[in-house]
Design a protein. Structure first.
Lengths: 307, 362, 360
């Protein structure tokens, strides 16, 4: 295995992992606040078409990414309204969001099929970004670096800031947090909006970075992998990063196995791996419940203060 | 003037029935507006999606065939949801059920007849049940959240499908296209009305809701499900083992999904290819909610959702909106019914200005 | 394209509802409706775009007698059946189903509507009212392979396939055989992505092939995703179904363009004349269904000359890439020296020639 091959493989894996890392980070924050949003796939698709549409109309990919974030957040807030204000069932509402987002993005996307958009330039000078060795560090789209920065930001936020502490408290014991005087609903709204924005950017990565075009359902189920990823990572941002790259590696292995002629294990085995591993991890985490699992205690439960 | 939501002493029965109907109507209205805003003939689109399948008699068979799996799966899911068990993996159980039936078909070779068909159906139920047993075990033994575990297994099921259909079960006469060999005429489910596509599965889908209704309303088991779901502490005092209930609820959900998969395979498609998963397992969740978890409600809601599917295909031809657009309407109906749940549980009271509002922990 | 108004739609529905499922009688004064079932979006700038161009050609040539209707994004599963039925019930007398995966559905619906003629693209099942039509894309692949063989520095070519069906296998073999005539050591790495249209997967697969050493990648899938990746990496590839240079101005060397218009016009005319019979049509460069689009100026003149030679050879029917000796990738001699493989063998090809490395 030559250095060139290793570098190329790393670049491929980073590319595959970035969208699920972004969406996973967002969902991590949401779930830490006690809300389960299954609508990630729908939000990613909305972000994908919004980002593409805005870039197509403004010729500016940075505006496009912002548009994707805003659209993702807006769709998440729709979910938030039902779940936080009307106390509707989180599972059903999240599912509805996924189906809604898929359909809406397809509909809006009709006018954008066949169009091309300008792409991001590198934020590093070409000597670094194109260098055969250093491109492994400097050669990525700005969105990749954004994702990495967000990992640090989220980890820091949750661990070291007061707001992060409040968010975690809301997720672990909403009634106590409420009695201390924190606005449980307010915190959760903010978390949900953040999750939507991140999912939107993650989706836009497909339509703006990987293949700058629009095609229906182009996120191809990655939103569901992002959900698995959050669980797999035990709701910890640092582990989310390694988990994302691990999942990306598995997804890449599926294609490498096909292209390099590996037929010992069918390619579907690799494709199923991220999901199987998540189930295994779920079992392991739950077995360690006595030691203390990381799942926010209020995850998925509606907030019902005594009236 | 203030608006306050007051919890009703008992869920309003009127609202329980009115809200699903209102949800559908509201969806149609909003649909016209949204489509017009996007430059598509909104009226035409909504009429095609909601009304044409009911008005054009040659579409009725399509609605019937589409409704069958939705109804059957939703019956199982409704039972689960009543017991507060959330089986999101119905799609995966549906696929494995269909694969089970397909396996029997392949093993049977050229043999057909009622025995083979019965075996296919049983294999379907077994497959779906087995696939649901995994999240069930994980929940009862390891307290694993069944939402996540059942969801993950759906994606594993997709890979199992891809492997079998592209490998060992590929039609040897199909020139390497990943699909199973088509069932012979006597391996397929009998058609109820000659000249139509209405197969035995449709009849099963029409009868099962009444069976479920009877069981849920009259049997101890039905009572157990409802109590464990709504008042787990009371259930324990009454001697109902919640673990056992979880088992049953998941297995019924899986069994029904598997049955639906087998019937769809043997009745409608007669072969499985990579396009087999149509999202029925997820749509059935909407059906269960729209039907308010009641078996007869599921029957009606299943027909309504089937209408939108068929209507979406009609609209593809007439107004050129993508197939996926039917999903917008399905999701909207779910949103509305979830929103309207508030009206079922709470009463809206308007307090005129000047009157002090009692303090409350809102 | 017909815009069905509510009035005439419900009228047609009413009429159809009162008739047996056999289909409505032709209304002599009205235009004949011709329906098209498309796999992807007409804006895909590839396979479906080309079919739609053919439909438009039909519409403008015979617009006074013919009215065309189309449905896009029809999946290759059972949901295609109601779509085809719908078209027949709406009064279409001729329906083109434009992808391999519509085969069984076409046959089934055709059996329900004996008065309606169906034409299935790239399939092999026929009936009295079902024709099949195909294009000798592999002739175009030979032209592309010639260019690839000359221009590849690594000697490893990449190929993105959909399914291992004969149409795809044929294309792969033609491509690599042509490349090997220019570079006898050329090899080919092949990935099947199990879909005709899946941009993210196409992109990931292309990247994988590039990482494994391919410096020219061609596809038998319908989106320009592969070309976009090649453009990003400064490598080269080819357009599929249509000229895709707008997506990748530097990477796009040339493309195989599918020209369906003349065939559609011919068959609609036959229907109008009453002379339509079930047939199998497999035309190519000579008849004009396969067209090579303009060459990227970056291609050296001598390479263009070689490519043109192959193309003209096919046009004059003096050249056939499947001329022996041909060995398969397990070493067996399949075609003897000097023999030419008959089209009937090509139609069921399921083996790869020497130099093709693939998992399946």
């Amino acid at each position: 295995m030559s250095m060139d091959f290793i570098i190329a493989a790393i670049i491929t894996v980073v590319g595959i992992s970035t969208p699920i890392l972004l969406a996973g980070l967002g969902e991590l924050v949401v779930e830490k606040s006690g809300v389960l949003n299954l609508g990630v796939e729908g939000m990613m698709l909305i972000g994908a078409i919004a980002g593409f549409a805005v870039t197509s109309m403004t010729f500016n990919p940075w505006l496009g990414i912002m548009g994707a974030a805003v659209a993702g957040a807006a769709s998440a807030l729709l979910f938030g309204f039902f779940v936080l204000t009307l106390n509707s069932n989180q599972v059903a509402t999240g599912l509805a969001l996924t189906i809604f987002g898929t359909g809406l993005s397809s509909l809006i996307g009709l006018s954008f099929v066949g169009r091309i958009v300008p792409q991001f330039g590198s934020i590093f000078p070409p000597e670094l970004a194109r260098d055969p060795l250093l491109k492994v560090i400097f050669g990525y789209s700005p969105v990749v670096y954004l994702a990495l920065v967000m990992v640090l930001a989220v980890a820091w936020f949750l661990k070291s800031t007061r707001a992060g502490l409040i968010l975690r408290a809301v997720g672990e014991n909403d009634l106590s947090a409420h009695s201390i005087g924190y606005s449980v609903v307010g915190v959760r709204y903010a978390a949900v909006a953040f999750g939507g924005a991140m999912a939107g950017i993650g989706g836009a990565y497909f339509s703006m970075v990987i293949t700058p075009m629009w095609a229906e359902r182009m996120t191809a189920g990655r939103g569901w992998i992002a959900l698995a990823l959050v669980v797999f990572a035990g709701w910890r941002a640092g582990r989310l990063l390694t988990g994302a790259y691990f999942f990306g590696l598995l997804m890449a292995l599926e294609l490498y196995a096909k292209a390099a002629g590996f037929s010992i294990l069918p390619s579907q085995f690799w494709a199923a791996m991220p999901y199987l591993m998540t189930v295994v991890v779920l079992a392991l985490i739950s077995m360690r419940e006595r030691i203390g699992s990381n799942a926010p205690a209020c995850l998925g439960k509606p907030f019902l203060p005594a009236t | 003037m203030q608006f306050r939501f007051e919890k009703r002493p008992e869920p309003s029965r009127l609202m329980l029935v009115v809200t699903p109907i209102a949800s559908v109507l509201l969806t149609m209205l909003i649909g016209v507006i949204v489509f017009d805003a996007l430059g598509i003939d909104g009226q035409r689109a909504v009429i095609d999606i909601f009304l044409t399948p009911l008005l054009a008699s040659y579409k009725w068979q399509d609605v019937a065939v589409k409704a069958a799996p939705l109804i059957i799966i939703s019956l199982g899911l409704a039972v689960g949801n009543r017991a507060s068990v959330w089986n999101i993996g119905a799609e995966g159980q549906y696929i494995i059920g269909a694969l089970g039936a397909a396996g029997v078909g392949i093993a049977a070779g050229a043999a057909g007849g009622p025995v083979v068909i019965l075996l296919m159906i049983l294999a379907g139920i077994a497959g779906g049940t087995a696939w649901a047993a995994v999240p069930a075990v994980l929940k009862t033994r390891f307290s694993v959240n069944e939402i996540l575990s059942s969801l993950m297994l759906t994606y594993v099921a997709l890979q199992v499908l891809s492997y079998l259909v592209g490998g060992p079960w590929k039609d040897p006469n199909g020139r390497n296209f990943p699909a199973t060999a088509p069932l012979t005429a006597d391996q397929a489910l009998p058609v109820l009305f000659p000249g139509t596509t209405i197969h035995l599965g449709v009849a099963i889908a029409l009868i099962l809701p009444f069976v479920f209704w009877l069981v849920m309303a009259r049997s101890v088991f039905g009572y157990q499900i409802r109590v464990v779901g709504s008042a787990p502490n009371a259930a324990r005092h009454g001697g109902f083992d919640s673990n056992q209930t979880v088992w049953f609820a998941m297995l019924i959900g899986g069994g029904m999904a598997g049955l639906a998969g087998a019937l769809e395979f043997a009745g409608a498609l007669k072969a499985i290819n990579l396009g087999f998963p149509s999202g029925y397992g997820f749509t059935a969740i909407i059906v269960a909610f729209l039907g308010r978890l009641h078996p007869i409600g599921c029957l009606i809601a299943g027909i309504v959702l089937a209408v939108t599917y068929v209507g979406g295909q009609v609209a593809q031809t007439t107004v050129h909106i993508p197939n996926a657009t039917a999903g917008i309407f399905q999701a909207m109906m779910l949103f509305f019914i979830l929103a309207s749940d508030v009206l079922v549980r709470y009463r809206l009271r308007i307090i005129p200005a000047g009157k002090a509002a009692p303090a409350a922990g809102e | 394209m017909a815009i069905l108004t509510r009035r005439n739609f419900l009228a047609a529905a009413g009429a159809a509802a009162s008739l047996p499922l056999i289909g409505s009688p032709a209304l002599a004064q009205e235009k004949i409706k011709v329906g098209f079932v498309f796999l992807g979006p007409i804006g895909d700038y590839g396979w479906t775009w080309a079919h739609n161009k053919g439909r438009e050609a039909l519409q403008s040539a015979l617009g006074d007698k013919v009215e065309t209707v189309y449905v896009e994004n029809v999946a290759e599963d059972a949901s295609a059946i109601p779509v085809m039925r719908d078209l027949a019930q709406q009064g279409c007398k001729l329906i083109f189903t434009t992808s391999y995966g519509y085969m069984d559905q076409t046959v089934q619906v055709a059996s329900e509507f004996p008065d309606v003629k169906f034409e299935h693209c790239t399939g092999f099942k026929r009936a009295d009212n079902v024709s099949t039509y195909n294009s000798r894309f592999h002739e175009g692949r030979a032209v592309l392979g010639t260019i690839a063989g000359k221009m590849s520095t690594s000697g490893t070519l990449g190929y993105l396939g959909s399914y291992k069906v004969p149409e795809v296998v044929l294309g792969v073999n033609s491509f690599i055989l042509a490349a090997q005539r220019q570079n006898p050591n050329a090899t080919l790495k092949l990935v099947f992505i199990d879909s005709w249209f899946d941009p993210p997967k196409e992109a990931a697969a292309t990247e994988t092939l590039i990482n494994l050493g391919c410096d020219i990648v061609t596809t038998h899938t319908d989106s320009p995703a592969a070309l976009q990746i090649l453009e990003q990496k400064g490598l080269h590839g080819f357009g599929q179904g249509a000229d895709m240079s707008s997506f990748a101005p530097n990477a796009h060397l040339t493309a195989i363009e599918d020209i369906w218009g003349p065939y559609y016009i011919e068959r609609a005319q036959a229907l109008l004349d009453g002379s339509w019979v079930s047939a199998d049509s497999w035309e190519g460069i000579k008849e004009g269904t396969v067209v090579i689009s303009s060459y990227n100026p970056a291609i050296p003149a001598d390479v263009v000359a070689l490519a043109e030679e192959v193309k003209n050879g096919y046009a004059a029917q003096t050249f056939d890439i499947f001329t022996g000796p041909i060995y398969d990738n397990e070493g067996t001699l399949r075609v003897k020296d000097g023999e030419i493989m008959p089209l009937s063998d090509l139609a069921v090809m399921d083996w790869f020639v020497k130099g093709v490395e693939s998992a399946a």
